[in-house]
Design a binder for this molecule. Structure first.
Ligand code: MEV
Length: 438
């Protein structure tokens, strides 16, 4: 059977579903129902979601939860999180509560510069090209006036344009390396529009520049695009307290806990196998806030992991130390986030998430998001170095196992009670459920 199609995007939603079901799911009698049960009954709201992307056939739900009690620079926040992993919101809430009683989180935005590049090839020397670049630079700024006026009025815009020689790596390859300040916007459209205008101006004026020979006049543009690597768009989040204040139970002293915790962080600093999982835990918190606030989690992920490898070895994003009896745990992380533009003004839940956060500026959102990451990391390391991760994980996963076996509300209640004092494993849950049903 031919499983390809042409003109698919022009079909109606029902026609698309019919084609998919007929072509790939001919024996699945409930396929249409499964897809349609996620349609919103509010036709306008559904249309909004349909129009976010091409070929929408249904909506994909993720839980939207909140983690309360975050004290950040003296202000309390309830942080919205969109995520499917059962233990993440619970862990964030627990870490928030822990630090609420110990002075809360401190944060600081260290820098907010974003980068974009025009990549091109030039058939001549760097010196000749530099002459042209200096000649054309004012025109590059001038030709983007229409794009930058509004951003400049608010205090942002193009910070600098640099010419970079990359010929040592690729023959004839140069860049316009441009830095931007985009304020509350993530800025992708602004940056890309500026870059494409630079490329046009840069190429078109080369043809009558007197300092070029005939063959130097033809600049070969390759592409113009922002970079998601933002090592100069950094926020710092940290917590600290006297080590004796870390003590929470009789099982472990504050000092032993702090020592183990620091050792665990040190391991993630030098061992990439551990660092990846360690940072994944940080991203559990970060991605959940990034998604809930309508930002681009792929861009954030790509930028964060590149930053974690900036010294040539993939390493922990967070750090910890004990100094003069004080435990300090902190992280510097690149987060290019926006609170205007993109989905932020469009998606009703995103708008609500930002409202819950008191409509933060991009800088504030950077700080809140970094805290969610640090809190998640703290919660994970605290479990890992004390009880082990599975205790908390499996407790939260219990409901997923019960749902897998279609447990009703009474069964769920009985087994949640039962597993308060018994270790949760897949087998134990299945056995307890069968026993109950017998
Ligand atoms: C699970 O989603 C995240 C952890 O593996 C993070 C970590 O190991 O630090 C618990």
């Amino acid at each position: 059977m031919n499983k390809t199609v042409s003109g698919f995007s022009k079909l109606s939603k029902s026609e698309k579903i019919n084609w998919i079901v007929d072509t790939y799911l001919p024996h699945n009698t409930s396929a249409k129902e499964v897809l349609m049960q996620y349609w919103n009954t509010d036709v306008k709201l559904q249309q909004l979601h349909d129009e976010f992307i091409e070929n929408t056939i249904t909506n994909y739900y993720l839980p939207f939860g909140v983690a309360p009690n975050f004290l950040i620079n003296g202000k309390t926040y309830t942080i919205p999180m969109a995520i499917e992993e059962s233990s993440v919101v619970a862990a964030a809430s627990k870490a928030a509560k822990f630090w609420l009683d110990r002075g809360g989180f401190k944060t600081e935005v260290l820098s907010t510069t974003k980068i974009g590049q025009v990549h091109f090839k030039f058939n001549g020397s760097f010196e000749t090209l530099s002459g042209y670049f200096n000649h054309i630079k004012p025109k590059l700024f001038e030709d983007t006036n229409a794009i930058t006026t509004n951003m400049e009025k608010r205090g942002g815009g193009i910070l600098d344009i640099e010419l970079r020689d990359k010929t040592a790596e690729i023959d004839g390859y140069y860049q316009l390396h441009v830095s931007f300040e985009t304020l509350d916007a993530m800025g992708a459209n602004f940056i890309n529009s500026c870059l494409e205008q630079f490329a046009k101006t840069f190429k078109s004026h080369a043809s009558d520049y007197e300092g070029f020979s005939e063959e130097e006049r033809d600049i070969d543009l390759i592409m113009s695009i922002l970079s998601n690597y933002v090592p100069e768009c950094i926020v710092r989040a940290e917590v600290s307290c006297a080590i004796e204040d870390l003590k929470e139970s009789e099982q472990i002293s504050g000092e032993d806990f702090a020592t183990k915790f620091v050792q665990a962080v040190n391991i993630a600093e030098i061992e990439p196998y551990r660092a990846v999982t360690h940072n994944k835990g940080i991203m559990n918190g970060i991605d959940a806030v990034v998604l809930a606030t309508g930002n681009d989690f792929r861009a954030i992920e790509a930028g964060v992991h590149a930053y974690a490898a900036r010294n040539g070895r993939y390493s922990s994003l967070s750090h910890a130390k004990i100094e003069n009896g004080v435990f300090r745990f902190w992280m510097d992380i690149p987060l290019a986030l926006g609170t205007v533009g993109g989905l932020t003004g469009l998606h009703p839940l995103v708008k609500l998430a930002l409202e819950i956060l008191d409509n933060p500026s991009a800088k504030e959102l950077m700080q809140i998001t970094a805290v969610a990451g640090l809190a998640q990391n703290f919660a994970a390391l605290r479990s890992l170095t004390t009880t082990g991760i599975q205790q908390g994980h499996m407790k939260m996963h219990l409901m997923n196992i019960l749902n897998q076996f279609n447990a009703n509300n009474e069964e769920k209640q009985a087994l949640t009670e039962h597993f308060k004092t018994t270790t949760v494993t897949h087998t134990a849950v299945v056995e307890a459920l069968s026993a109950l049903r017998r």
